[in-house]
Ligand binder design. Structure first.
Ligand code: ATP
Length: 843
């Protein structure tokens, strides 16, 4: 057999010529590419019967049976070990290869050449053949208007006219008819176009999530920005898969090679692939690294700076080695056996296990091979919320890769510099009067008592973080966090015992809490440094522990502390100019790598900005934009993203926060969405609905209703995947019910049907459900729910009528209720007389 291999994205002339070749020699089949021009699709649809036995998909071909391949309208030579014949009407690319024969023609279309051959060989063609062949001629000569049109094209066309080509079908196929779904898809693609960070080249990418049932390749030529690009990629969401369509005009960007790395292929200038389990951010990273050739083994990340111990060493011996390190590597007979953390070692020793062997507590963790490439590493690092990845080869320990270093490289940030002006002297302000005004007396007395107690133990204690910020702002807050320079756990245990209080301690985290008879809960933590060391350039600080504890924090506005130790009660300490930032209404991170260290801070920054009406300080804003742009949110654990989103949804100013998240493209990065007018309207409605339904039904609605509103215009599969990804498990579980209830209510005019749908619907999500409805339907729902709350007739009324409680009761009540829903009764009296007539047979 022989095959005509069509390039990715082939157009009508390629298809018509290929079709002509199948007429010229029987036993020739057309190999369809994964994507082709939409006019080819139209042709395949219209001439289904005619072409169905002539086209094959690549996977259906047994190449051992193919003895020749034709290439038409292109000079891309496939990698096949059989004779290849090329027919083209484009300039010669001077490709020379054994076994390859090239025929080039100077005609407007290649199809004209094939028609001439058919005519010369006196091969009979029918009207449908003539139409299919004419398509290529018409298209490639622009209806004979293009400058390249030749006499040969006209002659061939005229021959086909004589055969009786169907002009109506031809016109239909060659016309660029845009249907609504095409324009919508196009608009979405254009809106989502962005540049990949590739130096000296214009490489664009976009994505399409709207349900679009056609081949996408054809609309690409209408995406204006793509026209001017050296290369472009379109990512199309299809259920759980993503298809990437790649095009290039630049010989340095071989999209075939790039797609090959992602398990796809095609040609250097047009290729595609389908991926499962990658999100858009990851795809962009992958493409950038593949284009720039940065995807090499990652030896530069492998560090050998951790102590190594043998597995039978006792924990107390490990403790003497672990020293200032957070981890030690455990080997068994020279081979990697796991990692021990300082916390585990300390805790085990505290529990009297100092003679236990290192191996007993070693954790294996996720290991990587030294030949792992940067892209593979990125995938691993973004999938696991672990700070280190041991590098192991054939069982032997080769070093360790720190997550932070990988993300730093991805973000292109290296230096960690403070973002605040170091005060020459630590600023302190006497806040004792403010505290008196701020806290209820019982809280103030309690804090004083704890301050006294901690002084007795030789500790210093401070209230810190959010509550201090709110004291400065004069905003009520009794969420009190206390930092102890000393041991928070000891303080809690002793104080609670003395005062007979309920308490919890978590020695491994050096934290705990106490609950007071008033119900007030105080959280305590020992001041600590955690993993990021502070740069050496700080002024000598009063108490390094408190300073270091505060330096770990997210924003300057959250770094204020007020001492409660008896002798310094009420002294506000401001290391990082937090007071000025609060006054100037600024959110400022503490150091340049803050978002790299913890990308969740991106969300926190915007939440505080929205809640407090603050602006991002300039450098913070730039670093945040950069972090978002570099997709650092991909490296935040999805569970923490869920927590942050839920906190956002609970905020009073949730809409402001969502708008800010939209402005900084965070919604786009997390969900691929932007807030258009329509969505904003839904969100405003949702906010009102919470109040309306709370009053009506007295239910506490979960704030996660917002997630349904945000994902409202997605097809079900995509919304489901996003809900699962960010751990909105309950919302994912009810998604199908939610959508089908919405559909029924939207489409139905029958009040009873609507009511039945509402009855079985999980009402927790009523605010979101109703925020998509038009005002008429909304009124119906409110009316139905009111009627449900206050039915016209209750059981006792039936008894009053002399009916005896029986199963018939239910029938009667339901009958009356259905009629009531449909406004059949104007009053209770009407309902009663209906019952009398129908069920008591009174006249
Ligand atoms: P809220 O008013 O929302 O409770 P808060 O400031 O008290 O605000 P929490 O989430 O309770 O916020 O956190 C307590 C403190 O812990 C914060 O003030 C901040 O200093 C610190 N913190 C919280 N999350 C982070 C983080 N991701 N990175 C650094 N510090 C953080």
């Amino acid at each position: 057999m022989q095959v005509v291999i069509l390039d990715e994205g082939s157009d009508l002339d390629a298809f018509s010529s290929a079709y002509g070749l199948t007429l010229l020699s029987p036993d020739t089949y057309i190999l369809l590419p994964n994507s082709y021009d939409y006019k080819v699709r139209k042709t395949l649809d219209i001439f289904q019967e005619k072409v169905k036995n002539k086209v094959l998909k690549k996977q259906d071909v047994d190449f051992s049976k193919v003895n020749k391949a034709f290439i038409v309208d292109s000079q891309n030579i496939p990698d096949l070990d059989i004779p290849i014949e090329i027919f083209d009407h484009h300039p010669n690319k001077n490709l020379k290869r054994k076994n390859v024969k090239i025929h080039l023609y100077k005609t407007g279309s290649l199809s004209s050449v094939i028609v001439k051959k058919l005519k010369k060989q006196k091969i009979k063609i029918d009207k449908e053949d003539a139409t299919i062949l004419a398509l290529g001629i018409y298209e490639d000569t622009g209806g004979f208007k293009f400058l390249g049109t030749t006499n040969k094209d006209l002659k061939a066309y005229s021959y086909l006219l004589n055969v009786g080509l169907d002009l109506i079908k031809l016109k239909y196929i060659v016309s660029d008819t845009f249907e609504l779904e095409d324009t919508e898809a196009l608009r979405e693609i254009i809106k989502n176009v962005e540049a990949l960070p590739v130096e000296n080249k214009k490489v664009l990418i976009s994505y399409l999530v709207k349900k679009y049932n056609k081949d996408t390749a054809w609309i690409l030529k209408y995406v204006r920005p793509f026209e001017e690009a050296d290369a472009y990629f379109l990512v199309v969401n299809q259920k759980s898969k993503k298809t990437i369509i790649a095009r290039s005009k630049d010989k340095d960007i071989d999209v075939n090679k790039i797609m090959f790395q992602l398990d796809g292929g095609g040609h250097p200038f047009a290729a595609s692939t389908t991926l499962v389990g990658f999100d858009y951010g990851e795809i962009k990273n992958f493409l950038t690294y593949l284009i720039t050739g940065k995807d090499k083994p990652v030896s530069q990340f492998i560090k050998n700076d951790l102590p190594v111990v043998e597995s039978d060493l006792s924990l107390s011996q490990v403790k003497s080695i672990i020293n200032r390190f957070k981890y030690v590597v455990v080997l068994q007979s020279g081979k990697y056996a796991g990692i021990l953390t300082d916390k585990t070692v300390n805790n085990a020793i505290k529990h009297g296990l100092k003679n236990e062997k290192a191996i007993t507590f070693a954790q294996e963790l996720i290991t990587v091979s030294p030949s792992i490439t940067f892209l593979q590493l990125l995938k691993v690092v973004s999938n696991y919320d672990i700070g280190i990845f041991p590098v192991v080869e054939k069982g032997f320990y080769k070093g360790v890769i720190y997550k932070k270093n990988v993300i730093k490289t991805l973000a292109g940030l290296n230096e960690d510099k403070p973002l605040f002006n170091l005060p020459s002297k630590v600023k302190t302000v006497n806040y004792s009067e403010r505290l008196k005004r701020f806290f209820p007396k019982y809280v103030l007395d309690l804090l004083k008592e704890i301050g006294k107690f901690s002084e007795k133990l030789g500790y210093r204690s401070f209230i810190i973080g959010g509550v201090v910020r709110d004291i400065v702002l004069g905003k009520q807050n009794l969420d009190i966090d206390i930092i102890v320079e000393g041991s928070a756990v000891e303080l809690i245990k002793k104080y609670a015992k003395e005062n007979n209080l309920t308490y919890h301690v978590y020695p491994e985290f050096m934290t705990g809490n106490m609950v007071f008879p008033s119900g007030l809960k105080l959280d305590f933590a020992t001041a600590r440094k955690e993993e990021y060391d502070s740069p050496g350039s700080y002024p000598k600080v009063e108490k390094a522990d408190l300073f270091q504890d505060l330096y770990r924090r997210d924003f300057t506005i959250n770094t204020l502390a007020i001492e409660i130790t008896y002798s310094n009660f009420g002294k506000l300490i401001d290391y990082f100019n937090g007071l000025v930032d609060i006054k100037e209404k600024r959110i400022r991170i503490l150091h340049t790598l803050s978002f790299v260290e913890d990308p969740i801070r991106i969300l926190r920054a915007l939440r505080f900005a929205g809640r407090l009406g603050f602006k991002l300080e300039n450098k913070t804003e730039n670093l945040l934009k950069h972090a978002v742009e570099k997709d650092l949110l991909n490296f935040a654990p999805t569970g923490r993203i869920n927590l942050e989103l839920n906190l956002t949804f609970k905020e009073e100013k949730v809409l402001d926060i969502l708008k800010i998240m939209d402005k900084y493209k965070v919604l786009y990065k997390l969900f691929g969405i932007t807030l258009d007018r329509e969505k904003e309207k839904i969100l405003v409605k949702l906010q009102d609905n919470f109040l309306i339904f709370k009053e009506l039904l007295n239910i506490n609605f979960p704030s996660s209703n917002y997630i349904y509103a945000l994902l409202s215009n997605y097809p079900e599969e995509i919304a489901y995947n996003l809900l699962k990804k960010y751990h909105f498990d309950k919302e994912a579980k009810y998604l199908n019910e939610f959508l089908s209830a919405f559909k029924t209510i939207e489409e139905s005019q029958d009040r009873y049907t609507i009511y039945k749908t509402l009855k079985s619907f999980n009402r927790e999500f009523l605010p979101a459900l109703t925020s998509f409805l038009d005002s008429e339907k909304f009124k119906v729902i409110i009316d139905l729910l009111k009627k449900e709350k206050n039915p016209l007739i209750k059981g006792e009324e039936l008894i009053k009528l002399g009916l005896k409680p029986s199963p018939e009761f239910k029938t009667i009540l339901e009958d009356v209720f259905v009629k009531y829903l449909n406004d059949y009764f104007e009053s209770k009296e009407m309902a009663l007389s209906y019952i009398k007539k129908k069920y008591l047979k009174e006249v």
